[in-house]
Design a protein. Sequence first.
Length: 367
Amino acid sequence: MLSDLTLRDDCLSVVISGSGAADFDYFWLRDNARDPISFDSRSHQRELFTCEVDADIKPVEAALADNGLALQIKWPDMHDSVCYEGDFLAAYAVPTTMLAMPEPMIWDAASLEDDVVRIAHRDVVANNGMGGLLDIISKNGFAVVTGTPRNMDAVSDLTDRIGYVRHTIFGGLWEFEANENMADSAYTPKELRPHTDGTYSHDAPGLQMLLCVDYDATGGASIMVDGFRIAAELKRTAPEIHADLTRIDVTGIYKGDGVVLRAQRPIFRTDRDGNLVQVSFNNYDRDTVTLPKDEMRALYAGIRAFDRLANDPRFQWRYTLQPGDMLVFDNWRVLHGRGPFRGRRKMAGSYINREDYESAVRVNGLT
């Protein structure tokens, strides 16, 4: 419900029920008009040629309509008045980028219960079942889908239910066992310390799927670490190191299989308001670079502090995947690793782009 409309020199002020008074810049209102000439509601695309709008545009007149449920504005460059729904104005009453995701539930070994992250495959593929899986991932950073068919079709199906298969140097869908001929540490039976994938990519994979197809081995427990928990711990105990890890770029590299890939970003990537949006760390794929002396020492102090916590059992969730268990995890938040093993361990998996994961979260009404 809208009330108390006031036209000011550079903005329109209106009281929104449940939100209080809100100011809307005149140019913003004209730019976001939802009339058929300015906006294509079918494609959700702006038709307005924004640069042709007068920078000092003001309404000719404005009035509340539909008993306070909407606002009507007559603009000098338009023949008809434009209707602004109250719900639309309420959604933008405070500054926002519309990129917000569900609030994460930060965890460590002591606080995370196994049952919280488990969900049966039959429930995921049932009607409206994707919401349950995505809710677990958005809160905890990962989920274990149990009872998954042990084949590539199951990986493909679940990937397609969330978004699209991301193709990389490893292909789209992939299967792997220990293979010393591959130029990647993941293909060995040795310990694989906690890390995120794609630090050498400008746009690291958003989600990763890992299905245990066969397991006839000893060892090889999967290790999950909440990178947001490590960030919080360093911010509390070593604020200078935390600050350094938000500003000093780390370069990742993949060299092999006919490619040389490089990208860089801080271990803790934040938005303009300082909110943590991505944890990116892979000591295996960290490139050799030189920095000014002070930054080099600060970076090494940060790497040592971060990696020490990532390998501390207090911050690790461990579980030996059984055939039919599929890990689905947020590669922008959770580090994954694996203990050493002896025997046969066959896995299958895929990547999903970050924007496709975020889209699925929104479509399922979790934001």
